[in-house]
Ligand binder design. Structure first.
Ligand SMILES: [Zn+2]
Length: 711
């Protein structure tokens, strides 16, 4: 127990903050409350005592909501800290502690309408210190029928049990709670009914510098009928993985996924853009090196090709506009501005209405080219040298001492300024990042944490993983602040690190990164499956996934591989997943004019229906032979339902005109009209009724639902 302060610090405080009609009772413990959840705190220690789940009428007792701060030379346990102030202000409870020269401010926030609360610690000390590890809370939960499971994600080809993020689901008869740390590689654990929420910052901190720790969430949910449905769910193995990883022993229940995605959507915010069909220049037969007169003319023709397909965003085909040698030589005061050939390309893009992504890099001028090098050859102290290379892959060994450490303030400020120069040219409407904290092309960030032996950088010698992630978060946030309407999309490391590395981001490279294959039907099924993994297993808001269509054309000498045919299956598949699409197109080899027109038709359809595509509620079954899967996109009492039949025979799909099934609100009769493939088929059904619809073999059906005019 913490030492109780003597004196007036907490006497007479107003404990209760209530929304709506909640009553105030001066004898109760301090609490935060809204319509979904109530948190009660101990008035002696400032820690959480109970979580009341108002969605299902359950209460969970909590003990041990205590912090531990581990530094390089000391350890502050909660019991040794003194509570100096405790107050409820608005929708937040604030507790201040002091001990061992460290000040700890703990803030719990429960915003109106939210089904989750957040706890955040802010630390400062009266001396320079090394911040090795933090335990943010170690709550022990008690409730009738409670089972706590640990769910680890994102699943990639990692050894089982080494996935970097953990969410802990407390399952009870009618609902449950969920808790975890909002960061991509925490060090949390579960011991029976006690959850330890922790991570290893490995940071150097200056005296009086305030360190904002990563937040913890405590959320609640209610069980729903879908939790009990048997649902086809295929094993999780990426096409690029050779070995079959052991499937996670624990999968989230539908109601748990739904609660997690509702939380990540609230934290990361709603979509900032409309339909964003983006071509990936690298994979679209465009210049990957430095422009010549000839290659820039060729790429301008590629822009014409994209415009004819209705594609109006382009992710640059080469980092820093391909000006690798210029970036290698950029010095202390060097400013970044695209050269004449790059500007000619960008001017042409502007004329064709194509918005181009600025593609900078974070620790190497071109990680995918032999011409690339670390930035700032005049600053050898800015390089990253791992403490050990033992057991590390060759790609990391090759980069050791030949890439910058991203967690080094002087380098970071220089690179941030160079990025600022690039955006200030006004040429770019979007910004992206790719690569890894090692300076190679990617792949290893989740499997092998970055380490750097330098004692001069922002991290403690050794583990620099979190310090690098923090630097990336800050670079993204600065780009967002400089140009608030920027479209920010991430490849690696965030595509491997998952949802908590996507603050200020609009879209993230999808799991099916190798491109789709020769059949547009199989491709459509794979696109929908992997987008479901992103949402239901990795808790991405669906609009941050970026489904990828068509085979790569990164190798321009490869034989043509355009999968002509069944564009009316792959395109609705991708549009049903997310308003962000990434396209690999043979912009130089070309495709039939009819295929260009078909792509343009579906993208125009997506632009007209964007309000519906920004929401998504999946029907229970996953894409699989013998099943009809699909998704609903309803705003209030109207919208769209997609049904997909991967099978070689016709099958019937079904959904109910309810909020539970498709998110539909409203009473009375609804008209359901088929828009694709053969327009005109229609039926009328009343709210609450189940609709059955025949879906021809290997076909996508698009239905429009609206209130019947003459019910
Ligand atoms: Zn370093």
């Amino acid at each position: 127990m913490v030492k109780v302060p003597v004196g007036p610090a907490i006497a007479g405080a107003l404990w209760v903050v209530a929304f709506g009609c909640a009553h105030m009772d001066a004898t109760e413990f301090p609490r935060l409350e809204n319509e979904k959840q109530a948190l009660h705190f101990d008035d002696k220690s400032g820690t959480l005592k109970t979580v009341q789940n108002k969605l299902c009428g359950e209460t969970y007792e909590v003990s041990g909501d205590e912090f531990t701060v581990e530094t390089t030379d000391s350890r502050l346990e909660f019991r040794d800290a003194t509570l100096t102030a405790l107050k409820v202000r608005g929708d937040a409870l604030e507790a201040h502690y002091r001990g061992g020269g460290v000040e700890v401010q703990v803030t719990y926030t429960l915003r109106r309408d939210r089904h989750f609360a957040e706890k955040r610690l802010v630390l400062s000390a009266n001396r320079d210190w090394g911040f090795r590890r933090i335990v943010l809370s170690q709550p022990r939960f008690a409730a009738p029928g409670l089972e706590i499971v640990r769910y680890r994600y994102p699943q990639f080809g990692r050894p089982p049990g080494t996935e970097p993020i953990s969410t802990f689901f407390g399952r009870t008869p009618n609902g449950g709670f969920f808790t975890g740390v909002e960061m991509p590689f925490d060090a949390s654990s579960l011991n029976s009914r006690q959850v330890v929420l922790s991570y290893a910052p490995s940071l150097k901190v200056k005296a009086r510098e305030k360190v904002r720790c990563e937040p913890v969430y405590f959320g609640v949910y209610r069980r729903r009928a879908a939790d009990n449905l048997p649902v086809s769910q295929p094993p999780i193995r990426l096409p690029s993985q050779k070995a079959q990883p052991a499937p996670s022993e624990v999968l989230p229940l539908p109601s748990e996924s739904e609660a997690m995605v509702a939380m990540s959507s609230a934290i990361l915010g709603p979509p900032r853009h409309g339909l964003v069909p983006m071509a990936c220049g690298w994979h679209c037969e465009m210049e990957q090196g430095t422009y010549t007169e000839q290659s820039v003319e060729g790429d301008m023709k590629s822009l014409d090709f994209l415009a004819e397909c209705g594609v109006d965003w382009l992710s640059d085909s080469h980092p820093w506009g391909g000006e690798t040698e210029k970036m290698n030589a950029l010095g202390a005061g060097g400013r970044y501005a695209p050269g004449a050939l790059v500007r000619r390309f960008l001017d042409h893009a502007r004329q064709r209405g194509i918005k181009v992504v600025m593609w900078p890099t974070m620790n190497h001028t071109h990680p995918w080219s032999a011409k690339g090098a670390p930035f700032r050859a005049d600053q050898p102290g800015w390089l990253m040298t791992p403490q050990t290379l033992e057991g590390k892959p060759d790609a990391i060994k090759r980069r050791a001492g030949k890439a910058n450490c991203f967690a080094n303030r002087p380098f970071f400020e220089w690179l941030a300024r160079v990025n600022r120069d690039g955006l200030a040219t006004g040429y770019y409407k979007a910004w992206a990042m790719d690569g890894s904290f090692f300076g190679d092309g990617g792949w290893f960030t989740t499997v092998i944490p970055a380490d750097c032996a330098s004692a001069q950088h922002d991290h403690l010698p050794g583990d620099s993983n979190y310090a690098c992630q923090r630097a990336l978060d800050e670079l993204i946030s600065r780009a967002r602040r400089q140009q608030p309407d920027l479209c920010i999309f991430m490849c690696r490391p965030p595509m491997d690190l998952g949802v908590w590395s996507l603050r200020d981001v609009d879209a993230c490279f999808t799991l099916l990164e190798t491109g789709t294959g020769s059949s547009n039907v199989a491709a459509g099924d794979a696109i929908r499956k992997w987008s479901r993994v992103r949402v239901h297993h990795h808790f991405f808001p669906h609009y941050m996934d970026q489904p990828l269509l068509f085979p790569s054309r990164a190798n321009r000498k490869a034989p043509p591989n355009w999968p002509s045919g069944r564009l009316d299956y792959i395109l609705p598949s991708a549009l049903s997943c997310s308003p962000n699409l990434l396209l690999y197109l043979p912009t130089k080899t070309g495709i039939p004019e009819a295929d260009k027109a078909e792509i343009r038709k579906w993208l125009d359809w997506g632009r007209r229906n964007i309000a519906y595509l920004k929401v998504r509620q999946d029907l229970p079954d996953w894409p699989a032979p013998g099943k009809v899967d699909g998704s609903a996109h309803i705003v209030s009492d109207q919208g769209l339902v997609f049904l997909f039949n991967p099978d070689k025979t016709a099958l019937s799909g079904e959904f109910a005109l309810t909020a539970e099934s498709i998110g539909l609100k409203g009473e009375g009769a609804f008209r359901i009209t088929q828009e694709h493939p053969a327009p005109g088929r229609a039926q009328t059904a009343r709210a609450g009724e189940t609709v059955r619809w025949e879906v021809p073999a290997q076909t996508a059906v698009v239905l429009r639902i609206r209130k019947a005019e003459n019910p």
